[in-house]
Design a protein. Structure first.
Ligand code: NFS
Length: 641
């Protein structure tokens, strides 16, 4: 087997990996190899660097030190680290939400280059915040919504207002357990305090704060990001788009926007249509200006404008390897510092744009909402200049673009399922109740060079849909699914089980729904709430035959998402385990005992097919508890056989 085939299932990635090997340019996969064997203490969660009496490491076999210098044991050490990771992941999403709220506020006050694109959603979100939209003029209402959203960050007492969008039983449970988040920033600060030397040494208490902090992300920061972006940039609706490295065009000026916050990329997309800039690009010898995205920024602009995605997390270095990227902009999250050295092998200009994410020696063009269009034009001008330095003999864009359909929101699922006249989740719930649809599973999260790129995501999704499970997908998982045509309704339809096929046909949905970026996992929470409210599937999210899987995860954000899913009643499966296996009490709590508390728990399974069958067994158990009919075609087939 060609070594590149072990690293990725994507032929375009393989081509660029082969090129990198030939040119002796290291990539994440090579750096991982050089790092092996990775530290076992770290993997098991047994290393603590939180104070300067350490670093301490606890012996997993009980032969050496069993506690750190302060006396913290394995469970305390591992639990403190998980809580810190949850706080970091939640901060990433929530700070993104805050940026969006600030942008909405500025727009409402008449500053900057943005406008309100979805007034209907503005009115809807106003109601969630308890603001009566009746008779209010758009700008005044937007200002009230932005201020209410910003208030959620500094809230000290009470609870986050969006918790009310969860089923009542769940809200009550959160209150009883003392894990209803008070304010987004407050939970993060409390989490960090709790993990300081000499504070919390009770892993259950630390995990309760993990859930509270994570809920402040899922039902707070992430949900604010999603809702306010819909207001500002428009709510996505299903559209045709394309993905893969071939989104980079050899004959055009290429700007690849990488990161997470769509505030800048929205403007770059707009500026790329500027006649003056287009004329300049022509003058420089290019056929036009091509914008493509990477990671979650890609999903944001793909869902709203159909701008192609060059790829997911592990494509960032491979995109540069095409030799055709004139500028790559990065904002926040998931960009690798390795890009700096790599871009120096080519003519590519790397540009950092956020005052929170810089790199020594890398060109920095700081983005501020009030001069958004100006900054976007500056970046495009830089790309045109950079294009002039391109070395045509170094350009090699592999593969072809793959078509996909993306842009499903919780609201759109409503509309789609119930038709134009009576929006409702009834057909979805009915499909589950009558045994055509086994359940709904979110397949989400990152890529990780420890796993062959895209292998686990796509094998898992195929197995799930073949077993009548409707899949919703987001983030890098969605892009991986798109690359193997799983987001082409016709292709996925053929792979789907008979019951799922019937549902898809009846309501006109594909078997795999792309719901957006990782912050848009909040759409999945809302969809689950809607299913409970529709009736017939129990009183709480934990009653539903649903699950979440992150088969190739790597980031701290993924841990936060996992914990808010579990705290919301959705059991999750992760490919690689959390770094807790050296902590027996914490492992038992996370994988079992937490279920008695919130009705959901964690599992770890690296093999995608085995994982799919564990998930299916879980859905079956939930169906049985609800006393739902057996799966329609399984009984018929069994009778026939
Ligand atoms: Ni999610 Fe998006 Fe991808 Fe993982 Fe990174 S891009 S926010 S963290 S790697 S899915």
């Amino acid at each position: 087997m060609n070594p590149a085939e072990k690293r990725s299932i994507d032929p375009a990635s393989q081509a660029m990996l082969t090129r990198a090997a030939k040119e002796k340019v290291p990539t994440a996969w090579d750096r991982l190899e050089a790092m092996r064997p990775q530290c076992g203490f770290g993997q098991l969660g047994l290393c603590c660097t939180f104070c300067e009496m350490g670093p301490c490491r606890v012996d997993p076999f009980g032969e050496g030190a069993v506690v750190g210098v302060c006396g913290a044991d394995a469970d305390t050490i591992a639990a403190r680290q998980i809580l810190r990771k949850v706080a970091v992941g939640g901060s990433a999403h929530s700070d993104h939400g805050r940026t969006t709220a600030m942008t909405l506020l500025q727009t409402a006050e008449g500053h900057g280059d943005y406008s309100i694109k979805d007034e209907k959603k503005l009115r809807q979100v106003a109601r969630y915040f308890g603001i009566d939209p009746e008779g209010k003029e758009t700008r005044a209402l937007a200002k009230a919504v932005a201020q209410a959203a910003l208030g959620q960050f500094g809230n000290q007492e009470g609870e986050l207002i969006f918790l009310k969008r969860a089923p009542e039983t769940r809200q009550k449970l959160w209150r009883e357990l003392g894990i209803a988040p008070r304010g987004i920033d407050r939970e993060v600060v409390t989490a960090l305090h709790q993990t300081h030397m000499g504070v919390d040494a009770d892993y259950v208490s630390l995990m309760k704060q993990s859930m509270r902090t994570a809920l402040a992300d899922g039902w707070g920061g992430s949900m604010i990001a999603t809702d306010l972006q819909d207001i500002l940039f428009g709510s996505p609706e299903p559209l045709r788009a394309k993905t893969n490295l071939a989104a980079i065009k050899a004959d055009k000026v290429n700007i690849v926007v990488h990161g997470h916050e769509p505030v800048l990329s929205e403007m770059i997309a707009e500026a790329s249509r500027d006649q003056e800039l287009l004329a300049k690009a022509k003058e420089a010898g290019a056929e036009g200006i091509q914008i493509s995205g990477l990671c979650c920024t890609a999903n944001e602009i793909l869902m709203r404008h159909g701008i192609p995605s060059a790829g997911s997390f592990l494509h960032q270095e491979l995109a540069v390897m095409t030799g055709a990227v004139d500028v790559m902009t990065v904002d926040v999250q998931c960009w690798m510092p390795a890009l700096k050295d790599l871009t120096e092998h080519f003519h590519t200009r790397l540009v950092t744009t956020s005052n929170r994410a810089k790199q020594l020696g890398t060109h920095h063009i700081e983005f501020h909402e009030e001069h958004a269009l100006e900054t976007a034009k500056e970046i495009i001008n830089l790309a045109i200049e950079s294009f002039k330095n391109r070395q045509p003999d170094r350009v090699e864009v592999p593969g072809v673009e793959v078509d996909m359909i993306a842009g499903f929101t919780a609201e759109y699922i409503y509309k789609m399922l119930g038709g134009r006249f009576r929006p409702s989740y009834r057909p979805l719930n009915n499909g589950i109740m009558e045994g055509r649809l086994r359940g709904v599973v979110g397949v989400v999260g990152c890529e990780n060079p420890r796993v062959c790129q895209g292998y686990a995501h796509t094998e898992l999704i195929r197995e799930l849909i073949a077993n009548d499970v409707l899949v919703v997908t987001s983030g890098c998982s969605a892009t991986a699914a798109a690359r193997v045509k799983l987001l082409q309704p016709e292709t996925a339809f053929q792979m789907a089980g008979r019951g799922l096929q019937e549902i898809c046909e009846a309501v006109g949905i594909p078997p795999v729904l792309h719901v957006g970026a990782c912050v848009d996992n909040s759409r999945i929470l809302i969809a689950c709430s809607n299913m409970v409210l529709e009736g017939g599937l129990g009183n709480d999210i934990s009653d539903l035959p649903v699950a979440g899987v992150a088969p190739e995860w790597m980031s701290e954000k993924a841990i936060t998402i996992g914990w808010y899913a579990v705290a919301s009643g959705i059991s999750v499966w992760f490919g690689d385990p959390l770094p807790i296996l050296g902590a027996p009490g914490l492992t038992q709590f996370t994988t079992h005992d937490v279920d008695k508390m919130v009705g959901a728990h964690w599992s770890f399974e690296a093999d995608p097919i085995r994982c799919a069958h564990q998930v299916i067994a879980h859905l079956n158990a939930k169906r049985e508890a609800l006393k739902l009919r057996p799966m329609m075609y399984e009984t018929q087939d069994a009778a026939a056989g």
